[in-house]
Design a protein around this ligand. Structure first.
Ligand SMILES: *Cc1c(COP(=O)(O)O)cnc(C)c1O
Length: 459
């Protein structure tokens, strides 16, 4: 007899535990007030379930902790560096690998080298730090995601795809001003939605035709490759690692945050084929990150990442990972909570505009929802809407295309009962949506304002 079981089994058992701190609604209301209604300003031990980000918050494996013991802290030429470089090149065979302390350091180095006033950098959707690093050089960051990618209810299987005609048009008009084309896999700011292999092949062909290099923002390459494996015709029998290598072969380089799919608590890299550009980037690396065989990382970090990379492409892990994110999204959808569909890889995105039509975009409906989830149940999420993207380099403020609240799922960290609790909290807050009020921003810094802005409730 062969049976089909539907329970999602975590493909690991727990080896070392970390206590969670229980808090009361009164304590949480006080804490969020003191934090200026900004969830980034909370003390993390006032948070019960932390879905702020999946970045650097994953649980390392036994084998990663063991690898840390092999960390060699030689300043130059550490064996840990060579293991790391080999693990990166096994999946992404670019000629040069430049280690950085996290993804944005790789972005800062790349755009310092290729950005500048008058330049344009297209992407499907730039992540916030990518956009900020492009704009900090005076260049323009342009998002060219397909129309379905901006429609929270569209069921397109690859909503992270780039609009190929728009890319071709931009390169035809302004190709000389475009130093690189970026593509974010999966598309974090667009709902954790994947990009198809077919679309990546198309982007690559257009870039090559115009002689413009293509760079991957590859933080969730393994989750993206799993979606290709599951959803794209003809890909179901392939090894995920093989799909990843094909994607790498379509590009000329990548920026990477190893705090995502490779299970790092810290880390990142820049990789590329161009020798001259690599040399300029290494010279910039030395100014701020360190020597090219460690970048911003300790030898032990390099070891943990090399091991994590091999675990990130495990089919058992990826099947569990994507199914468990879908489990949360499907349950909320069934409860009538508006969510971005299909459910993405690393997070479930609540559609705050649909849930809170009575709150104007610049009264920040996403912020109102995120604060309410914290007050009600100690669940920390993050606004991805007009707080994050509403302020423009010319000083003007406009509503963002989407008002989302992201529930990001740390890797291998929470169990299904934690997620069942989150489902209860979100459903309860959604039932009371009418009672939520908007916010006004009473302080904002000049860039990346969502990290340190302060708010006051309206009315
Ligand atoms: C996290 C992330 C980054 C930036 O990486 P950090 O390690 O946080 O600096 C860039 N792009 C995407 C798509 C990301 O998710």
């Amino acid at each position: 007899m062969s049976y089909e079981f539907s329970t999602i089994i975590e493909p690991f058992r727990i080896h070392s535990v970390e206590p969670l701190r229980m808090t009361t609604p009164e304590r949480r209301r006080a804490a969020i007030g003191e934090a200026g209604y900004n969830l980034f300003s909370l003390h993390a031990d006032d948070v019960l379930i932390d879905l702020l980000t999946d970045s650097g918050t994953g649980a390392m494996s036994r084998d990663q902790w063991a690898a840390i013991q092999h960390g060699d802290e030689s300043y130059a030429g550490s064996p840990s560096w060579f293991r790391f470089e080999a693990a990166v090149k096994d999946l992404f065979p670019f000629r040069h690998v430049i280690p950085t302390h996290q993804g944005r350091a790789a972005e800062k180095i790349l755009f310092t080298a290729v950005g500048g006033p008058g330049r344009v950098v297209p992407s499907n959707t730039h992540f916030d730090t990518t956009r900020a690093n492009v704009e900090a050089t005076g260049a323009e960051a342009v998002d060219l995601v397909i129309a379905e990618g901006l429609d929270p209810s569209s069921l397109h299987p690859f909503k992270g795809n780039m609009d190929l005609e728009a890319l071709d048009g931009l390169l035809r008009e302004r190709g000389a001003d475009v130093p690189v084309v970026m593509v974010t896999i999966t598309n974090n700011s667009g709902g954790g939605q994947p990009v198809s292999l077919e679309n990546l092949r198309g982007i690559s062909a257009i870039c090559r035709r115009h002689g413009v290099p293509l760079f991957l923002d590859a933080c969730r390459f393994a989750e993206n490759a799993w979606f290709i494996h599951e959803r794209e015709a003809g890909q179901g029998d392939r090894d995920v690692a093989d799909i990843v290598r094909e994607i790498a072969g379509l590009a000329d380089g990548m920026t990477m945050s190893a705090k995502k799919d490779p299970f790092g608590n810290i880390g990142g890299w820049l990789a590329l084929n161009d020798d001259d550009l690599a040399e300029r980037c290494r010279n910039l690396l030395i100014l701020t990150e360190g020597f090219p065989t460690y970048g911003g990382l300790a030898g032990r970090d390099l070891e943990a990442l090399a091991q994590g990379l091999s675990e990130a492409v495990s089919h058992d892990y990826l099947r569990y990972r994507i199914r468990s994110t879908t489990y949360l999204g499907d349950a909320l959808d069934r409860a009538g909570v508006p969510v971005v569909k299909p459910i993405g890889g690393h997070a479930v995105y609540l559609d705050a505009r649909a849930l809170l039509p009575h709150i104007a975009p610049l009264a920040y409906p996403g912020q109102a929802l995120a604060v309410a989830l914290y007050e009600a149940g100690g669940v920390r999420s993050v606004e991805i809407g007009s707080v994050m993207f509403g302020r423009h380099p010319d000083g003007s403020e406009h509503p963002a295309p989407l008002e989302l609240v992201r529930l990001a799922i740390p890797r291998r960290t929470y169990t299904q009962s934690h997620i069942d609790y989150v489902i209860e909290v979100v459903t309860a807050v959604a039932c009371d949506a009418q009672s939520l009020r908007g916010y006004q921003m009473v302080y904002e810094p000049p860039a990346l304002r969502h990290f340190t802005a302060r708010f006051e409730p309206l009315g």
